[in-house]
Write a protein that binds this ligand. Sequence first.
Ligand SMILES: [Mg+2]
Length: 173
Amino acid sequence: MAALTPTWAVEAIYRLTPASLKRQGIQVILTDLDNTLIAWNNPDGTPELRAWLAEMKAADITVMVVSNNNRERIARALARLDLPFEPRALKPLPVGINRAVRHLGVAKTACVMVGDQLLTDVWAGNAAGVRTILVRPLVASDQWNTRINRFFERLLFKMMSPVHYLEELNDKH
Ligand SMILES: [Mg+2]
C-alpha cells in the first residue's frame, strides 16, 4: 500500500503555492499531463493554469511534464504553454521520472511528482523515490481503461491511512 500512497493530496495542481512548495524544499514539479494539467476538452488550458504557471516561473520553480504519451501528442497539447516535457514515461515504472530528473540535473529530494492517478503517477513517483501529490482529475474521462483504474483507485484511496493534505500540512508548520 505504501507504494501507492501519495505523500500529499490537493484538490488541483493550481492550489500549489511557491511558499508551500519551498517550505518542503521543492524546486521542481514533475507533472502528469491529462486531467492533471489540462482537460481533454480544453487543450489550451484555463486562465487559472496560465496564471499558476506564471507564478511558478516567477518563483523559479521548474514545471516539467512527464507523460506516457508520445512526443507529437504532448508537443501538440503543450504548443501554447511552452513547457519542457518527458514523453513515453512508462508510468507506473519510474523510467520517465528518472530521465526527467537526470535531464534537469537536480536532486530527487527537490522534486515532486503530481498526478491524478494512483496507479500510474503516484506509483511511478514513489518508485522513483520522489515525493508525490495526488490531485483530483480535472474532468471525468470516458476512456474505458481509465474508468477501470478509477474504480480501483477509489477503493485503494479509501483503504489508505490518513493521506496528508498539503494545505493542512502548511498550517502545522
Ligand atoms: Mg492523468
